[in-house]
Design a binder for this molecule. Structure first.
Ligand code: ADP
Ligand code: ZN
Length: 609
């Protein structure tokens, strides 16, 4: 099937790679870096590919797999992830299969038969399966086109996600000389990257780094005040969107999910303590858009490949930037606008610190504390969030991003010397023995039992801060801690203590400038959903109708909704309103297999819509 060469959309000549990209994946152009990597691998080279989540790593081995003779062996750590990728490939008409512990032995034998017969373009295998002696022996008798190791950071103990079963993959390079090996990861830090290359014996292979920026994600950090209400307000702005809410503990996951359900949100909980059948049920329902919001611990993640997650909320502060970046990266893989919201409370940082300090290995504790403080710096930043994030990941942005809370609504700095003096002298006069709550009680002049029993209502500082709210004082205290005037002593029930630098402020020798406190998650007026999705006018009703149609098909076929079509594809359909199969083929995400399978039903729906 060829498009009308005179139509405006048709390029003059397509090279073979572009042809495959279109006819199989329905994608009309490469992203920066993809082509170079793909050509390098097709030519037989090893590669180490660094790309953020959603950057489009899969094509870097899937396209070479279609352009080299033989079967590509893809190692992937999670069964669910494997299954989704294989479903998506099959939906695009590619002969792909997977081999893992979830298959019955007869299904596994069938896959092996296909492999031996050379009928598979791609075979996804679990690492423990790959390194079995029997399987390696089989591989030696078939034609392997390439090895791809996805989530390659799992091989490193330095990484945040070490998996022992990955270690033996180090033998592959030696066992199969001459067959290209591609390792792919979104891991950020240098130490882990180097370690991965060493362990996989691809030290000399070129590193392709695609840049970690995800410009379509809007980063927002809000002070955590009444988290449940903040969350509900935020989700109310995204009534039909898919989103993930990360919490630090299982108990919290369940509470938050329950609350959201009571508020009418189609939410489900997900954590490692749930039976695995229940977990897969939640994951499937999310993929099929039957559940809109998954409230989860970090256990939920590696297994989701859903490209149209529109928001990721961190209800609690994550322990490090690597994890945070990876989790927020699950939003907006399709490149359409998405949001990452972090609710940041000072208490969270204190708790995280306490947990880390309980760890046994002093080196590990030191590393983790360092990572935590980088995370806190990010949350406290008064400069462009993206610059802070990317700077941490070793990448410099030329200018402010224009798509984070700081850029969109810069914090106002004010001369906070007097406020700082009030806080510091309250800490001093109460003997450096009380936590934030009581110090603020004294400042605002609250009449509590503790106040009377300690005689703090008689202090000169009692009520000197009555002109400000508790929330405002919390923000001031937090900033003073962050700037090193105060410190919270975990060993002593988080009591606030003065640091040496506080004396200059108390004596009036040092001026303090702080960000004016604010809390609200910006409830900006959002443009109509469809317009927000594509930047061009889309018929929102038609878009929703197409989503309904997709939901029905996905449920009927038992596959995730995006395997049928992504949001981006549906938005493109609603904008272009194709009338013929040829026009339909111009839509993003429509290759020949999907044209044949879904063209008629969708064209009909568009004509009727
Ligand atoms: P990663 O594995 O790096 O997290 P994926 O390979 O899953 O990312 O790709 C993320 C999304 O981006 C998928 O929906 C994929 O179809 C889409 N994608 C990849 N490359 C392109 C491209 N060149 N143009 C448009 N979309 C793309
Ligand atoms: Zn910014």
């Amino acid at each position: 099937m060829t498009a009308d060469p005179t139509s405006a959309d048709a390029p003059a000549v397509l090279d073979p790679l572009e042809q495959t990209l279109r006819s199989v994946f329905g994608i009309h152009e490469f992203r920066p870096h993809q082509r170079v990597i793909i050509e390098h691998v097709i030519a037989g080279g090893d590669a180490f590919v660094l790309m953020p989540t959603g950057g489009g790593k899969s094509l870097c081995f899937q396209l070479p797999a279609l352009h080299r003779a033989g079967t590509a062996i893809v190692v992937s750590p999670l069964i669910s992830l494997m299954k989704d990728q294989v479903d998506a490939l099959q939906a695009n008409g590619v002969a792909a299969a997977c081999l893992n512990s979830s298959l019955s032995s007869s299904d596994a034998s069938e896959v092996l038969r296909e492999l031996r017969a050379g009928r598979l373009r791609m075979l996804y295998v679990a690492p423990e399966r790959l390194v079995m002696a029997g399987f390696l022996a089989t591989l030696r008798t078939v034609h392997v086109s390439l090895f791809a190791i996805d989530e390659a950071h799992c091989v490193s103990q330095w990484g945040h996600d070490f998996r022992p079963e990955y270690v033996q993959l180090g033998e592959l390079r030696g066992l199969f000389p001459g067959i290209p090996l591609v390792a792919l990861t979104a891991t950020a830090d240098d130490q882990t990257r180097e370690d991965v290359r060493r362990r996989l014996h691809i030290e000399t292979a070129p590193v392709f780094s695609a840049g970690f920026d995800r410009p379509n994600i809007r980063y927002t950090v809000a002070e955590k005040r009444s988290a449940p209400q903040q969350l509900e307000r935020f989700i109310a702005q995204h009534p039909t969107d898919s989103g993930i809410v990360y919490c630090l503990s299982r108990k919290r996951v369940e509470q938050v999910a329950e609350r959201l359900r009571k508020a009418g949100v189609r939410a489900a909980a997900y954590h490692a303590g749930m039976p695995s059948a229940e977990r897969s049920r939640v994951q499937d329902a999310f993929a099929r858009d039957e559940v809109h919001v998954v409230v989860a611990t970090v256990a939920f993640g590696m297994g989701i490949d859903k490209p149209d997650v529109r928001f990721v909320v961190h209800y609690d502060m994550p322990k490090n930037i690597e994890g945070y970046y990876q989790e927020t990266g699950r939003a907006g893989r399709d490149g359409l606008p998405a949001e990452a919201l972090l609710l940041f409370g000072m208490q969270d940082a204190v708790v995280a610190r306490g947990l880390i300090e309980m760890g046994g290995n002093p080196d590990q504790v030191r590393v983790e504390l360092h990572k935590l403080s980088a995370m806190t710096d990010f949350a406290e930043a008064t400069t462009c969030r993206r610059r802070v994030l990317l700077g941490y990941l070793g990448e410099q942005l030329e200018r402010d991003c224009g798509n984070c809370d700081v850029c969109l609504d810069p914090p106002e700095l004010y001369d906070a010397t007097v406020d700082a003096q009030k806080v510091l002298s309250t800490v001093y006069r109460t003997g450096e023995r009380f936590g934030v709550g009581h110090v603020i009680d004294v400042l605002v002049g609250a009449t509590t039992e503790k106040m009377a029993s300690r005689g703090h209502d008689a202090l000169s500082v009692f009520g000197v801060g009555a002109d400000r709210s508790r929330d405002e004082w919390t923000s001031v205290v937090r900033q003073l801690v962050h700037r090193g005037y105060l410190h919270q002593d975990i060993a002593e029930y988080s009591a606030l203590k003065l640091r040496p630098s506080a004396s200059g402020v108390l004596r009036g020798e040092v001026e303090v400038s702080l960000a004016r406190p604010r809390a609200r998650v910006r409830a900006e007026k959002r443009p109509a959903r469809s317009v927000a999705l594509t930047g061009s006018a889309v018929d929102a009703d038609l878009f929703e109708q197409l989503r309904e149609l997709r939901r029905g098909i996905a449920t009927e076929q038992g596959v995730p909704a995006y395997v049928v079509f992504t949001d981006r594809a549906l938005a493109d359909m609603a904008a272009r309103r194709p009338r013929t199969l040829v026009e339909f083929l111009q839509v993003h995400g429509v290759g020949e297999a999907k044209l044949e399978r879904y063209g008629d039903v969708f064209l009909e729906a568009i004509a009727a819509g």
